[in-house]
Design a protein around this ligand. Sequence first.
Ligand code: NAD
Length: 440
Amino acid sequence: MKISVFGLGYVGCVSAACLAGQGHEVVGVDVNPAKVDLVRAGKAPVVEERIGELTAEVVASGALRATTEVAEAILATDVSLVCVGTPSAPNGSLSTEYLQRVAEQIGEALKERKSETRHTVVFRSTMLPGTCLGLLIPILEKHSGGTAGVDFGVAVNPEFLREGTSVRDFFQPPKTVIGEFDPGSGDVVARLYEGLPGDVFRVPIPVAEMTKYADNAFHGVKIGFANELGAICRALGLDSHQVMDVFLADRKLNISPAYLRPGFAFGGSCLPKDLRGLVYAARQADVSVPLLAHVLPSNAEHLHRAFELVARTGKRKVGLFGLSFKPGTDDLRESPLVELAERLLGKGYDLKIHDANVSLSRLMGANREYIESRLPHLGQLLAGSVQEVLDHAEVCLIGTSDPEVLAALPHGSGPVLVDLVRVPDAAARRAEEGYVGLAW
Ligand SMILES: NC(=O)c1ccc[n+]([C@@H]2O[C@H](COP(=O)([O-])OP(=O)(O)OC[C@H]3O[C@@H](n4cnc5c(N)ncnc54)[C@H](O)[C@@H]3O)[C@@H](O)[C@H]2O)c1
């Protein structure tokens, strides 16, 4: 393929050299003439393992050349990879200045391009969801006079390389994410990486933009978590690596997809108690652990979001499905649903609750004492059937995946549904009137 690469920084120069090495015809474009001159001389503008030899090789073979002329590059190629920087602005926001500038320049050049084949603009820079559709495509359309998806293709293809091992990472990517404006644009990107290992995800453009933030935020959280835990271990005289060896060996609950799907707040008799205890122990040892200390406040915020979804409906008669701290148990200790029910009750909402496990254990006696002594105010609100709650409610909170509840949920009519668990048909329900969710 004939490819332009805009921006010869870490991402651009590695992409350009590796794609040239794969047999593509590549033109590197940068506003900085010093970087262009370096590439022309067969030298890499960045220091990275293997990039020096690779650049020398592909420049000598003619597979990679460099220019400062945007129009020349666009006219000679079928696809552009935009790898310009997106640094932090002084207020912390993401600066899209370079992206906007390059979109204007590419748009102008596309106006001049008269070719049988459609040019596809692929954004590799990291950018927040909405940047491509809301900002960059309008700029490309304004400056080219054409329409995205018709006169030119557009895709977002985030980069997952790590500085230091970026050439290796290019050939061994953890995954390939293609946010496509239309299938034709996605096909062009897929062809660029044909033969490389890893799963390929073809997704809407804003999803592709967000995946990069999901990754980097998680990586930051992982490091923060490990370092805070390490600091507590050190204060307590433990070998933190020995602790983490055990932690990491658990592939069922720790290093696994467990607990990583957005849903409702956590609760129960262990997580809140043990987080509280650990943070207290850290404080006692004079170890500051802001990340761990903010997990419970973060959880409380999430509970508040659920309350707000009800409040915003303006309705007063509320149904709640689920009361125990998670499905499949009758344990009510530190249940976030109990917390939510109490908040609703305290604010004067007219509440009815259904939880089959809690009702059963109340009848059988196992939880009777707990409910009667600790939660008598909620015990009185327990309904005998799913239907009784549906008949009562103007707005219904779904806090359980109990199949009996899921089967009874109405479509489009009846109470407003506030989904806390992401019901199995959530994707279809999103389009329906009267359905809102915490975990869309
Ligand atoms: N560095 C990484 O490891 C890494 C990894 C993944 C994603 N990213 C993302 O990729 C993007 C690029 O990062 P980087 O580290 O390569 O940036 P960089 O600052 O090293 O390089 C950006 C280059 O773009 C050039 N440029 C600016 N405006 C231009 C224009 N109008 N036309 C042509 N060139 C122009 C600059 O001169 C510079 O050489 C960023 O959004 C970054 O967040 C970086």
